[in-house]
Design a protein around this ligand. Structure first.
Ligand code: HEC
Ligand code: HEC
Ligand code: HEC
Ligand code: HEC
Length: 185
């Protein structure tokens, strides 16, 4: 009997250890903010993804919530300040509503829909070594928090819940934000 109790306790301890381990790992990936992508993704050789993003609507998604059109939509919906309301922020900023531990010190809501909104929180994959290994296919990006963006990801924001929704055609929209590395894989 004592032996049985000991093995049950042991099994539970091991189980708790592992589930906590998995949990802790997920928590490790933090949003690091634009400056931590910009430093390496600005050159022509890298595909100028920073510049392309900066000129896209995603970069001003938070500022949009302060314009006249947003004020009007908000008034109709009984929302006081769109820049403070979950009903707007959930799609106009990166990682809205996630646990506080997910936001690194350089994260700012004001940066709108950033690289990390599509590619995942970058704290672990942003090192030169890991980035090169992922790009070369030597390691699995997902192990470091890198997400492979697809149509389903876009549609978490580009859907009918958007008060200004005008449809979403993946091929057309993805071409509008394209930022390939010119040398290719
Ligand atoms: C220290 C430099 C560095 C930083 C910082 C960095 N990257 Fe990279 N990244 C690279 C390099 C180098 C590559 C390989 C492609 C190339 O040569 O441009 C790459 C490749 C990528 C890829 C392609 C991965 C694949 O699946 O093949 C994505 C997506 C990416 N970076 C996103 C980001 C994001 C988002 C950030 C900010 C959170 C970031 N990077 C920060 C250097 C960096
Ligand atoms: C976190 C939410 C979010 C995700 C994820 C997202 N978008 Fe967006 N997207 C927005 C918002 C918000 C706007 C409007 C910003 C504004 O006008 O201020 C926008 C605007 C755009 C625009 C400009 C549309 C126009 O009519 O001006 C394109 C193109 C676009 N997104 C493509 C994509 C693609 C392709 C994906 C997936 C690879 C994607 N988006 C993922 C939130 C998102
Ligand atoms: C479900 C995600 C989602 C929510 C919630 C959301 N938006 Fe948006 N918003 C988008 C996307 C995606 C776009 C890009 C164009 C489109 O498809 O509507 C956008 C575009 C806009 C635009 C620019 C429209 C244009 O024609 O250029 C304004 C203004 C706007 N949103 C205001 C708001 C306000 C105010 C709220 C809160 C009441 C809100 N949005 C809530 C996803 C969302
Ligand atoms: C709206 C979503 C979205 C945003 C914002 C975004 N990306 Fe991407 N990114 C994509 C998609 C979609 C692809 C193409 C994935 C594929 O080819 O399967 C991609 C591909 C890439 C690639 C690989 C290109 C190649 O040729 O292999 C790099 C590097 C990259 N992104 C970096 C960035 C950086 C850095 C930022 C911010 C400055 C950024 N992305 C912002 C959606 C986004």
């Amino acid at each position: 009997m004592i032996r049985f109790v000991i093995s049950v306790v042991l099994a539970l301890t091991i189980l708790a250890f592992f589930s906590f381990g998995i949990f802790a790992q997920e928590e490790e990936f933090q949003y690091v903010g634009m400056k931590n992508c910009k430093m390496c993704h600005t050159s022509k050789k890298s595909g100028e993804s920073y510049k392309i993003w900066q000129e896209s609507a995603h970069a001003t998604a938070y500022q949009t919530l302060a314009n006249e059109q947003s004020q009007k939509i908000a008034a109709e919906m009984g929302i006081e300040d769109p820049q403070k309301d979950e009903k707007c922020l959930k799609c106009h900023v990166t990682g809205y509503g996630e646990p506080a531990s997910k936001y690194g010190k350089d994260y700012s809501m004001e940066e709108g829909v950033t690289c990390e909104a599509c590619h995942g929180p970058g704290s672990e994959y942003k090192s030169m070594k890991i980035m090169k290994q992922i790009y070369a296919g030597e390691v699995e990006g997902s192990k470091y928090g890198l997400v492979e963006p697809d149509a389903a990801l876009c549609k978490t924001c580009h859907n009918e819940e958007s008060p200004t929704f005008k449809g979403f055609d993946y091929e057309k929209f993805v071409a509008q934000i394209a930022h390939p590395v010119p040398s290719g894989k």
